[in-house]
Write a protein that binds this ligand. Structure first.
Ligand code: NI
Length: 257
């Protein structure tokens, strides 16, 4: 069985068949799903899905590209949601300088990243961190806020194996998804080889990032089998071992039995 640690089933790409997709996954090889909020709206939708399905959990948080939706009022609402039993993490939060080049907006991303890290510490929840083209500032904001005291995962990891080891030293897990199956994903394959399986989480980022041979199509948690197979091949272990160990990792991080 596979623990899916990062999906967005509230996405409009699932509007036509959402319930069927989730039902089929949970009746098949997927034992748990974390549906991750990326905005105030998608946090609401994630909580609704978690209320509806026993083995679906929610992460509450605002993605760096969505911080326009944050103010004192919405942040207070976000804080309230952390009290719900369905909410198992703060996320996804972080920095994205790939889509945002404006220095003043990047500065606001750092401000809201730091505030959401503090919120996680306050309410004792792990964090799901999104970081793209912003390695140095991500590490800086994390260090300034003593992120080594907050458990968490660097989701959809896209940096070097060397930096992954630094995150692991800070206590973080590394989220690996469909990209690891891409032919040109040298850095991520190297990362999967070099960090211990005990620090890896399986994730899709569905509906995005479908693995080979489905690259470009709508992704879903069922396709994590291909990710598990690739990691097993890279590490020279069985697929069952990859599934079991990463499931245990996710249960530990998110405090789910
Ligand atoms: Ni995501």
């Amino acid at each position: 069985m596979i623990f899916e640690t990062h999906a967005h089933y509230d996405d409009e790409k699932f509007d036509s068949d959402r319930d069927l997709v989730i039902q089929n996954l949970l009746n098949g090889r997927i034992c748990r799903i974390i549906n991750v909020g990326a905005s105030i709206e998608s946090t609401k939708a994630s909580i609704a899905l978690a209320e509806k399905y026993e083995n679906v959990y929610a992460a509450a948080g605002v993605h760096p590209s969505e911080i326009g939706g944050l103010n004192e009022e919405s942040f207070a609402w976000l804080k309230q949601q952390t009290q719900r039993k369905e909410v198992v993490a703060i996320g996804e939060i972080g920095l994205d300088y790939y889509w945002e080049k404006d220095a003043s907006v990047q500065n606001m991303q750092r401000v809201w990243f730091a505030r959401q890290l503090k919120l996680a510490k306050e309410c004792r929840l792990p964090v799901i961190i999104h970081s793209r083209d912003a390695a140095e500032d991500t590490v800086n904001v994390m260090k300034e806020n003593h992120a080594e005291e907050i458990p968490g995962v660097i989701h959809c990891y896209s940096y070097s194996a060397e930096l992954a080891k630094e995150f692991v030293k800070m206590g973080y897990y590394i989220g690996i998804g469909g990209v690891v199956t891409f032919k040109n994903a040298k850095k991520l394959k190297e990362t999967a080889v070099q960090i211990p399986l005990e620090k890896i989480l399986l994730e899709t980022d569905a509906p995005y990032m479908a693995p080979e041979p489905f690259r470009g199509q709508r992704n879903d948690s069922g396709k994590l089998v291909y990710v598990a197979e690739k990691i097993a091949e890279l590490k020279g272990v069985s697929v069952a071992t990859v599934e079991d160990v990463t499931k245990k990792n996710a249960k530990t991080l998110f405090g789910i039995p």
